[in-house]
Write a protein that binds this ligand. Sequence first.
Ligand code: AMP
Ligand code: ZN
Length: 470
Amino acid sequence: MDIKLFNTMSKQIEIFKPLKEGEVSIYTCGPTVYHFAHIGNLRTYVSQDIMKRMFLANGYKVKHIMNITDVGHLTSDADTGEDKMEKGSRREGKSVWDIAKYYTDVFMSDIKKLNILPATKYTPATQYIAEQIDLVKKLEDLGYTYIIDGDGVYYDTSKFKDYGKLGGQNLDELKAGARVEFSNGKRNVADFALWKFSPKDAKRQMEWESPWGVGFPGWHIECSAMCLTEIGDSLDIHSGGVDHIKVHHTNEIAQVEPVIKHRWVNYWVHMEFLNDLSGKMSKSNGDFLTLSLLEEKGYPPIVYRYFLLLASYRKQLNFSYDLLDGAKKSYENLLKKISEFICSGEDFNKDIFNSWKANILETLNNDMNTAGVIVLLQDLLKSDVDADTKSALVKLFDDILGLRLVENALALKNTANTISIPEEVKALAEERLVAKANKDFVKADGLRAKILDLGFVVEDTKDGYSLKQK
Ligand code: AMP
Ligand code: ZN
């Protein structure tokens, strides 16, 4: 079945054609680990997780590389300002390395809570310094670089004729902004740092020798070098938030394509932003929403995931607690309904299962239409499909949406059982189990009738029995 994806480069929905049959290579830009991820950042990772699950549900083998930016991401896209990592270190009075370790761990815990599947490999930028230097050298040999004394090695964007094609910017447009912005010795306003020099009078916590002097890499070169190293000079998908289109990914293309001399990435997939009431969600002012804050307020992370999946990844989404409350109720409702029939789903009807599956995949494959898939889930719960087939399908929905429906519905069922089933009923059920073991089926049937009189239904299961209210 075809998978359709919106490609930022062509600005169209395209039918996905893999480089290698049955396989997909994905590079996603990961976190800058100088602070907690805010729930906007996490939206991007959830959207990317759905993309990955879509390929898995279609039988693809997925190779997914995600970087961890632990050096070189400056507070300003204009290559001025401070390294965000050094800023984090100063804020907390810890070493940059400790900051990187701490916030990488928190990130891993956040994505686990959101049931985001782990990447095939995470690549911290500080472990690929040699590869980054090597790529800068190649660009230098090709004549794409120049040095600004006391500042760094810069990329000359006027040398790359396709510069700006991803974001639809042309060089005139870029030059128009020049009068206002550039003053620090750059030849063109869009030029960017490949390698920054350490300050002459101070030692940075993170710095390395290079052919141009001691310093550290620019943020854009990190992703290009790691992606080339881990995936190669052609890949299926490169992805990040929409803010990456005009600068980070535009610069990544400029760094790689002159070196490899052909198209690098087949599909550029960008995830829309989550906004809070003030507009843009931002980490820079230190006042932002985190997953832990939502948890403290009584919203389980999986409810936040469900809230996100109700919208298209290509539409901006506004966050509010009212909307989150609505999502929470709706999620709990799903669990309640599922808990009423969930079972092992082993004896499911294959024809019914396959026809639902085809429908679910067709909806999902239409540019990751998660909201449409949730509507199908609700339809399934209302349908008269038998409990086994329904249960097998809920497992499929779980694989695709990652909402832990089975696990949480089973937990709900168990809680409901332990809370509301009277001791007398439990004792009769135990007695019935013994009668059955002794093959005294007349007695067992009598006990079932007694249990029914008390308002409960006993059902045989693989491990014994289950009880629920009539
Ligand atoms: P950072 O840790 O700042 O490098 O950002 C990590 C990821 O989050 C990137 O892919 C960004 O594009 C994305 N991002 C940043 N802000 C938001 C937001 N408000 N909503 C969704 N994604 C965002
Ligand atoms: Zn990146």
